[in-house]
Design a protein around this ligand. Structure first.
Ligand code: DON
Length: 563
């Protein structure tokens, strides 16, 4: 009897521990009949939906959501950074907008190296030298001009009102602000987040930002690139020793680009082209694994992890060598994303032994010479779909906060390759294609993506997370297409990541579908301590009956709102 009680006690303890490490996965997300916005904050999703309810379309809602995120999610939402948008209209037209930051005109190849040719730590990450010329405002106005139906002034007003009313601090935000306090202090900035130790439940008002937004509302795009805000920005950055000039801002242009489009089984995937690596890398990984019929392996099993890891290893080696700004380089997009090329790359893969990354280089392609983020997804009541990923790069970007303007500036220069083969803050390396040149757009991993099945809209998704964006998006495509998961169920699954170098598989801290022994025996290096979470996917799935299911990633305060 006593023995049985002890056994019961041990079993209870075991299950309690198990429950703690594996939080119950919420299977179904918000279901809505006709429209939905899923973003990093409830305030921004609700503002997007309010625009749709007014009769605006997904593009109007996108602009309002984006500007609301600058207020509600200053960690990454921005006007001092850049981003990418992929869209599919209700009549099936597709396209993308590139408002990625650019290197300033005064940037030079060796600007982050010391006299010995070594990379100066943090110079491309912290402070005024890390800032790329911001693109967000140009992007929003370009999107508005092409597709907007409501006046810009109506789309920016909710963000102005929100900034004046203030945003309630969440538990996660409290933690985030405290974590970065020392960096703000080091940069010697008078910044809202240093006014006091903000706690969960406090309300922060962003009055200077509201004023900047009012000037943009009244004076349009040029306010940011040529007007008073441009002066405020340039003077501040130069005072801190930065090199951005008025000419840099005046010359900045957003661009429309042809998306990367490819088929995977019976789906058609539409994603971001260079200067993002996202679309090409997703295409390459899916083409590499397609012949293996991955659906036959249990989700997150050893074989599943092994196959994806080996594909990722080879694709990230190509990324480092072939990808960069398409305005500076010829990029062999068609070959890289072809089945033939990727199948050949997978020929030396073995189920019994890990490949060594040091034995893997880029593929052989003859080139004709001539080189902290947030994602949101929107589907409107008309059937238009938009996938948007925006970034300041690191959390709060360069930590440079334009005091008078009330906004942060990016540290996107770190996405250029400071020195061939030297890793950046995401451990990614680059070569000549992504080296520093004036006006060059830095290579990105942002992967705003739209999936069609049988000619119809199926899914809108994307993620933050630096180099892990691509693999987070990939795993969610597979969750839905191969494992028939719902959207919330899919975004809630634990994730893993391999990027060629460093040669290790990163697992989220609560990844527990396998023990790692078998992988270790085959020579895989396991890293489960560096990243508590990988990516933060906000997505929408079109259900077979036409209704929408939101997937708001439980790793953040993300929220789906719909009607
Ligand atoms: O464009 C890129 O790939 C990076 N600047 C993204 C940074 C990022 O996702 C950070 N967020 N967690």
């Amino acid at each position: 009897m006593k023995k049985n009680i002890i056994l019961l006690f041990v079993l209870l303890l075991f299950f309690q521990c198990k429950l703690k490490s594996t939080p119950e996965i919420v299977k179904t997300g918000l279901i809505a009949d006709s429209a939905m916005v899923v973003s990093a904050r409830q305030e921004a999703s609700s503002i997007g939906i309010s625009i749709l309810k007014k009769g605006g379309n997904a593009f109007d809602a996108m602009i309002a959501t984006d500007l609301a995120l600058v207020v509600a999610y200053p960690f990454a939402g921005n006007i001092g950074g850049g981003g990418f948008t992929v869209y599919r209209t209700n009549d099936g037209k597709i396209g993308s907008f590139d408002y990625r930051e650019k290197a300033p005109l005064a940037a030079t190849k060796d600007m982050y190296l010391d006299e010995n040719g070594d990379v100066i730590p943090n110079k491309s990450i912290l402070g005024a030298m890390a800032i790329g010329v911001p693109g967000t405002v140009a992007g929003l106005f370009m999107i508005h001009k092409k597709f907007g139906t409501l006046p810009f002034s109506e789309l920016i007003q909710p963000a102005i009102d929100l900034a004046k009313k203030g945003v309630i601090v969440t538990k996660r935000q409290e933690k985030g602000m405290n974590k970065y306090r020392k960096f703000f202090k080091e940069a010697n900035q008078r910044i809202i987040f240093l006014d006091k130790y903000w706690k969960e439940g406090d309300t922060i008002k962003y009055l200077k930002l509201a004023k900047t937004f009012e000037r943009i509302r009244d004076n349009g795009r040029d306010e940011f690139y040529k007007g008073r805000t441009a002066d405020i920005l340039v003077n501040y950055v130069q005072k801190l020793g930065g090199i951005i000039t008025k000419e840099d801002l005046e010359k900045y242009e957003a661009k429309e680009r042809n998306p990367i489009v490819f088929n995977y089984k019976n789906t058609r995937i539409i994603s971001m082209p260079p200067p993002s690596s996202g679309g090409i890398c997703i295409a390459q990984i899916l083409k590499s694994i397609e012949p293996f019929k991955i659906g036959q392996y249990r989700h997150n099993s050893v074989k599943y992890i092994q196959l994806i890891t080996e594909a990722e290893r080879r694709v990230y080696a190509d990324r480092a060598y072939f990808l960069g700004d398409p305005d500076f380089n010829d990029i062999p997009i068609n070959i890289l994303s072809s089945a033939a090329y990727n199948n050949k790359r997978m020929q030396d893969f073995s189920w019994s032994q890990a490949t060594n990354s040091s034995d893997v280089s880029h593929g052989n392609i003859e080139i004709i010479e001539s080189n902290q983020t947030t994602h949101y997804s929107i589907i409107d009541q008309f059937g238009n779909a938009i996938s948007v990923t925006n970034t300041l790069n690191g959390a709060f970007g360069s930590k440079v906060f334009v005091e008078e303007g009330g906004f942060f500036l990016n540290n996107e220069m770190d996405d250029l390759s400071a020195k061939s083969g030297e890793p950046n803050m995401f451990g990614l390396t680059g070569t000549k294609v992504n080296s520093i040149e004036p006006e060059k757009r830095m290579l990105s991993s942002m992967t705003p993506t739209i999936v069609e099945q049988n000619g119809k809209l199926k899914m809108v998704l994307g993620s933050p997370g630096g180099s892990t964006i691509i693999t987070s998006v990939l795993q969610n495509i597979l969750n839905v297409i191969e494992y028939d998961m719902g959207m919330q169920e899919s975004v809630s699954q634990t994730r893993f990541h391999h990027q060629w170098m460093p040669d290790e598989i990163k697992f989220e801290s609560n990844f527990d579908t396998i023990s790692f022994t078998e992988l270790r025996k085959m020579g895989y290096k396991i890293n489960q301590s560096d990243s508590k979470i990988l990516g933060k996917v906000d997505a929408i799935l079109v259900l077979p009956d036409g209704r929408l299911e939101g997937g708001a990633d439980p790793r953040g305060d993300d929220k789906a709102v719909g009607f």
